[in-house]
Write a protein that binds this ligand. Structure first.
Ligand SMILES: CC(C)(COP(=O)(O)OP(=O)(O)OC[C@H]1O[C@@H](n2cnc3c(N)ncnc32)[C@H](O)[C@@H]1OP(=O)(O)O)[C@@H](O)C(=O)NCCC(=O)NCCSC(=O)CC(=O)CCCCCCCCCCCCC(=O)O
Ligand SMILES: NC(=O)C1=CN([C@@H]2O[C@H](COP(=O)(O)OP(=O)(O)OC[C@H]3O[C@@H](n4cnc5c(N)ncnc54)[C@H](O)[C@@H]3O)[C@@H](O)[C@H]2O)C=CC1
Length: 719
């Protein structure tokens, strides 16, 4: 796992060999330990170079080993032995040096990087801190403020920035390994002590306490309850206030606490879940490994509204040429201006030139005859979308892929009006489409493996986390949102306020509570959908009582709010009050409190005290229950997909792993018991009825999440 060779007569070359990222597994640590000992003992060896095989230095500790009992030589003494040795050791960094990989390099006396290499300490994103001396050596090397920033964010740094910061000594466009070997010979005999970071003091500006206090305040504000960033600041504080060994002791104590935490487990689960969803498979046996994507160089977007603009920007930023289509010149011009402004703004931030040359605007669908893939983003209206798909089917080349960005309409119905239903697929982006990382790729019953591969591959090119989902109303994300929203409204009826519900959800870790999000999106969006569904407005069945629709409990509260012209941020009033239309700062509104009180009086509801626990249980367990139904109905590949949808599309706190992971952490019997309890209290709310999959899992001893698939009714998979 570490190759040893003697090169140029006196240089020991130690190569990490653990594909794909040369992670520091027990075997690699053993290999390095043995190789370093050999090099230090061999009198013919005057200096040492450490590098990684296949153009990657090292991706850090082997994260898969964290769940197992620790074996092999520990990292800390291994790195200390390198630093303490009396021969110069040079790290040759190609590809990446992340986490333990960078800590290994920091234990070396010199670091040489390839110009395309990246370095960083991303442990915080895994719920940990750099506990192989990273929190102690990096501040000593580059100073307090930059080290704090890198360690608390886990940000990756380019070789050029690493050179500026002083993390690496040289950057080369040639082979980093060759330069390191040459350099290792040049530095033989030079004093090593100043290169041993553990012997140095952290350079401290006079306002050191202010820097640390501000960093702590910043991470607490950003962390939304995540513990690792806070621990990172505490560890770096030790690099300033304590001698090296005592600092290391502090680093270890903090790491031991984090290492055992459920947050670390959740974040590490997310790391692998994010990668797992890219490896899709269908019940037919087709999967990402055996299905080839079609080449896509020219795409088109139909409709330049909220979504179409963002999708266009995302495509252009990925280097595709795009034909953008609108209904008329005015709409087209408006869309063009918005897209250009977005691209310019983006390019300015990146210090780049906006690729406006990749765009062509038209109102004429016949100009799409050479496009490889078309994404429709017109109004959410089945008749209109069908008309568009019919036209596309006749004007586009026969092998062009036709995608819809519908939020929940039937993809099969759309495919049925084309002459190529196997080339039709849903690509459900989230607003703003050029920013949000989530993409639901919706498989219609006739979507071919090739078209799935094409959509998934395109998602990857756009930098999205793409998740294959089945074709059901609302797909996965929006389908699970409905019970969550319903519960939030019911809680208002029963005695809660928007700020109480939002407060509990924000305390849990959501960036915004449900009512603030609704105000941000615009309350009229849901109102329109409810009108179309006959839940409010003129199409309501006159026999339905006010608080029941279609045989189940219904809360007309959101409709009442809309009827008062309170449409959210855009009108300056929604569930909250804003200082002006378009204002962002929500303040509790006495008028809403009055509206709720009057409503309860009108309907004879006696308000009761509602606590955070009830808010969380009712909103989150109802959502989770629907997640089990999604699995049961075969609409998602597994719980990981659902979790990634919620983490990347709906602001679910990553350190809680996603709703299905959270259910497993809480304990499935507990989730089941609470759902049963709430269902008894609210028998007219069908989504509180526990799903049969949840019951089956509990009966079978609540197996771990990666075993849930064994309890699914496989023949029902809709994928
Ligand atoms: C490296 C990447 C940038 C590569 O990206 P890309 O090319 O896009 O490929 P990917 O698809 O991401 O990855 C390919 C493949 O590799 C897998 N993989 C990647 N990195 C790792 C890894 N580090 N470990 C294992 N596997 C890895 C990945 O999953 C893919 O495989 P697949 O899932 O099967 O598809 C990118 O991958 C990347 O960014 N990787 C992560 C980098 C990272 O975060 N590194 C930091 C790791 S944590 C670390 O290094 C911590 C330390 O070093 C501290 C060590 C101290 C340990 C001390 C522990 C003792 C603590 C006290 C215990 C007390 C116990 C008690 O008392 O109970
Ligand atoms: N707004 C959101 O947050 C999200 C919306 N969606 C879905 O995306 C689709 C578009 O939604 P929005 O962008 O919000 O709508 P929008 O109302 O902002 O924009 C729709 C655009 O389509 C244009 N259009 C209508 N008919 C057309 C035609 N025949 N040819 C070309 N252009 C036409 C309109 O002029 C308008 O500019 C809908 O299906 C919606 O459900 C999906 C995810 C999120």
């Amino acid at each position: 796992m570490a190759r040893y060779a003697q090169v140029q007569g006196s240089v020991a070359l130690i190569t990490l060999t653990n594909p794909p990222v040369n992670a520091l597994s027990a075997a690699v640590r053993l290999g390095i330990t043995e190789a370093v000992t050999r090099a230090l003992r061999d009198p013919k060896v005057k200096s040492v170079v450490i590098c990684g095989e296949n153009g990657v230095f090292c991706g850090g500790a082997d994260i898969r080993e964290f769940a197992k009992p620790m074996t092999g030589p520990p990292l800390v003494p291994m790195i200390s032995a390198i630093e303490e040795g009396d021969k110069p050791v040079v790290a040759a960094i190609e590809g990446v040096a992340f986490g333990g990989g960078l800590e290994l390099a920091l234990g070396c006396h010199y670091r040489i990087a390839h110009s395309k290499a990246r370095v960083g300490l991303p442990e915080v994103t895994l719920g940990l801190l750099p506990a192989a001396g990273g929190t102690q050596r990096l501040p000593r090397l580059i100073g307090l403020a930059p080290a704090l920033e890198l360690i608390t964010t886990g940000r990756h740094v380019t070789a050029q920035e690493a050179l500026k910061l002083g993390i690496v000594d040289k950057v080369t466009d040639q082979s980093a390994q060759d330069l390191a070997i040459q350099f290792a010979q040049e530095v033989i005999g030079q004093p090593l002590l100043p290169r041993k970071l553990s012997t140095q003091l952290t350079p401290c500006p006079p306002d050191v306490d202010t820097i640390l206090d501000e960093a702590m305040a910043r991470v607490k504000q950003r962390a939304r309850g995540a513990m690792a960033p806070v621990a990172c600041v505490q560890a770096v504080r030790a690099a300033v206030n304590l001698p090296y060994q005592a600092g290391m002791q502090k680093e270890q104590e903090l790491m031991a606490f984090l290492f055992r935490s459920s947050q670390a487990r959740a974040l590490q689960y997310c790391f692998f879940a994010q990668r797992a969803v890219g490896k899709w498979s269908l019940s037919s046996g087709a999967h990402s490994g055996n299905s080839k994507p079609r080449p896509v160089t020219k795409a088109a977007v139909i409709g330049l509204g909220t979504m179409g603009r963002g999708i266009t920007v995302a495509l252009v930023k990925a280097g595709l040429s795009v034909v953008a289509v609108e209904t008329n010149k005015k709409q087209l011009e408006m869309g063009k201006q918005m897209v250009s402004a977005m691209l310019k703004h983006d390019a300015q931030k990146m210090n780049a030139v906006p690729r406006l040359d990749l765009l062509h605007y038209t109102t004429d669908l016949s100009e799409l005859k050479n496009t490889d893939l078309i994404i429709e983003a017109v109004f959410e209206d089945m008749a209109l979308k069908k008309e568009v798909f019919k036209k596309l089917s006749s004007v586009c080349k026969p092998d062009a892929v036709l995608c819809t960005n519908t939020s929940g309409l039937d993809v099969d119905e759309l495919a049925s009006v084309t002459k190529r239903p196997e080339l039709v697929v849903g690509m459900h982006f989230f607003a703003p489409a050029h920013v949000m990382k989530l993409l639901e790729v919706v498989r219609g019953s006739r979507s071919s493996p090739e078209v799935m591969a094409t959509a998934m591959h395109l998602g990857k090119r756009l930098g999205k986390v793409s998740v294959v989902v089945g074709n059901c109303s609302g797909f996965v994300g929006n389908r699970m949102l409905r019970p969550y929203l319903d519960q939030a409204n019911f809680l208002l009826e029963e005695g809660a306020t928007p700020e109480l519900v939002d407060g509990a959800l924000e305390e849990f870790g959501f960036p915004m509570g449900v009512f603030k999000v609704s105000d941000l999106s615009g309350l009229d969006v849901g109102w329109r959908i409810r009108k179309e569904a006959g839940l409010t407005g003129p199409n309501v069945d006159p026999k339905d009582p006010l608080r029941r629709r279609q045989g189940r409990r219904y809360s007309p509260l959101p409709d009442l709010v809309c009827e008062q012209g309170r449409l959210g941020q855009k009108s300056g009033r929604g569930w909250y009050l804003y200082d002006k239309p378009g204002g962002r700062v929500a303040t509790p509104d006495p008028d809403i409190h009055k509206l709720l009180e009057d409503y309860r009086v009108r309907h004879g509801i006696r308000p009761r005290q509602i606590g955070s626990q009830e808010v969380l249980e009712r909103c989150l367990f109802a959502l989770i229950n629907e997640g089990f139904r999604v699995l049961e109905d075969g609409m998602a590949m597994g719980p990981e997909g659902i979790d990634m949808i919620y983490v990347f599309g709906y602001g679910w706190p990553r350190h809680r792993g996603g709703p299905m992971f959270y259910a497993a952490m809480v304990g499935l019997p507990r989730v089941l018991e609470r759902l049963e309890y709430y269902q008894q209290v609210h028998p007219d709310v069908p989504h509180l009825q526990p799903s049969s999959l949840l019951r089956r899992l509990v009966v079978n001893g609540s197996p771990p999440l990666d075993k849930w698939r064994d309890f699914l009714q496989r023949p029902h998979s809709q994928l």
